[in-house]
Design a protein around this ligand. Structure first.
Ligand SMILES: Cc1ncc(COP(=O)(O)O)c(C=O)c1O
Length: 462
């Protein structure tokens, strides 16, 4: 019988993370402080981030050692298996070989603890007692609650109100691991109160909830803030997945032609494709591998957003980041892939999309859930709605291979399971999910507003 799960040994857990910054085709445009219009200084970030994480954020070293304490925690669920989806291949009658890197087996159920554990560790070492964060669908919040518990830190999690009520068991999971969880907008921060005053029924958004979590950390000495995606240090912690996957492909003497991943802020996808990108630019890649990022048509940041500087949050507390953006006041349609409803994306990913190194595609949630159901009914695993975006793109390409006869090797980032997303599946089966498309007019309007707010924004020299 052919091996379906390609497994590694505990000693194969990577000892270093890969940092893409020195290998980008152009220098990464720096974060900008809108008050000075100059690059933000590391000291400006120290009020809310651990020093080591700020160092990693701006680091130009290619390899960053993973502390033994972090590797020890990783060994609870890492190395994760690389699995050949033979039953999906058969159902699609495709000559393509389909593999997925299964990050759904971590205790919180996704890739998110790869960075949550590292961030909790560095904050613990620097004497911080509490971490604050935001969570959309609850995957990131539960990962940080898990990381904080393991290193003896308290966790305060602000959860987008729509998800707090849609996914009560994610909240319970965070509470099991000792976190306190509040629906956002909340009355615990000045910014939350100001949103509630204007709109008492606000469903919340990732932009709003980030503002609340930052305000909490910035106004309390004992606390730091922790972000689950977008920033360089977060993405580089995720490269354990790509580094393991490379070893796994060596074991079976194969190499991917295409790598797929959904994109909310870009961390899971980057974790998988960065090490293969390094292979490619250093002439070590066995094939001319393509990278495909997938997002919802309800939040089409890479495919319809503008590449320009914008804030990472609605209250404009973060520095300006150069990224594809839908405007920081974006309130997304209430699609079920809560983790993909972010107005921006990782600056490294946006740069590579702009340079044509990564291709971006968008799908609506109806076609995405059709793909998710097919995956669940062939492979058995129930994907998170976020993960299912990558599955949809991969299935489309596997069908093309059937038509052309190409025996491509396709690799998917299986970023998380959907066991807490049963309501979403139920709504899909009952035909209640609308195929939302975010209107182009709305993007144009919010970008114009941003340019009016900072008339100098397009003149920045980066
Ligand atoms: C399972 C899963 N996949 C993907 C994402 C998207 O985030 P990122 O693009 O940072 O991987 C999320 C975010 O919450 C998620 O929960």
């Amino acid at each position: 019988m052919d091996r379906r799960a390609i497994l590694l040994e505990p000693d194969d857990i990577p000892k270093q993370w890969y940092n893409i910054l020195p290998d980008l085709p152009k220098p990464l445009p720096p974060p900008i402080n809108p008050a000075t219009r100059e690059p933000a200084k590391p000291e400006e970030l120290e009020a809310i981030f651990a020093k080591e994480l700020i160092r990693q954020e701006m680091n130009q070293e290619r390899w960053i050692p993973i502390p033994e304490e972090v590797r020890e925690v990783y060994s609870i669920w890492r190395p994760t298996p690389l699995i050949r989806a033979t039953r999906l291949e058969k159902a699609l009658k495709t000559p393509a070989k389909i593999y997925y890197k299964h990050e759904g087996i971590s205790p919180p159920g996704s890739h998110k603890p790869n960075t949550a554990v590292a961030q909790a560790y560095y904050n613990m070492v620097e004497g911080i007692e509490r971490l604050t964060t935001e969570t959309g669908a609850g995957q990131w919040g539960s990962a940080l609650a898990f990381g904080c518990m393991l290193f003896g830190l308290k966790a305060t999690i602000y959860m987008v109100k729509a998800s707090y009520y849609q996914k009560p068991y994610r909240k319970t999971l965070m509470q099991i691991w000792g976190a306190e969880v509040y629906p956002s907008p909340s009355d615990r921060t000045q910014y939350g109160r100001s949103v509630l005053e204007k709109d008492p029924d606000s469903p919340g958004s990732l932009g709003i909830v980030i503002s609340e979590a930052i305000e909490d950390a910035a106004t309390h000495e004992d606390a730091n803030y922790s972000l689950g995606s977008v920033l360089n240090h977060v993405l580089l912690h995720q490269t354990v997945t790509g580094l393991e996957a490379k070893k796994q492909f060596e074991l079976i003497d194969d190499y991917p032609d295409v790598i797929y991943g959904c994109v909310g802020g870009g961390s899971s996808f980057s974790g998988l494709y960065w090490p293969f990108y390094y292979d490619k630019i250093s002439g070590k890649a066995l094939k001319d591998v393509d990278f495909v990022a997938i997002e919802p048509t309800a939040c089409p940041t890479l495919t319809a957003g503008e590449y320009m500087y914008d804030h990472g949050d609605t209250a404009r507390m973060t520095p300006l980041l150069k990224m594809h953006t839908l405007g920081h006041e974006f309130i997304p349609p209430p699609i079920h892939a809560g983790g993909l409803r972010y107005h921006g994306d990782a600056p490294t990913l946006c740069l590579l999309v702009k340079e044509g190194v990564v291709k971006a595609r968008a799908y609506n949630q109806v076609e995405v859930f059709e793909a998710a159901a097919l995956f669940a009914r062939t492979e058995g695993l129930v994907p998170a709605p976020e993960t299912a975006h990558g599955i949809k793109a991969l299935i489309d390409d596997a069908i093309k291979c059937r038509e052309t006869g190409e025996e491509k090797t396709l690799l998917l980032m299986f970023s998380g399971h959907g066991h807490f997303d049963m309501q979403a599946y139920e709504d899909f089966f009952e035909g209640k999910l609308p195929p939302y498309e975010y209107p182009k007019k709305a993007v144009k309007k919010s970008i114009e507003k941003l340019k009016k707010l900072y008339p100098w924004i397009m003149q920045l020299p980066y």
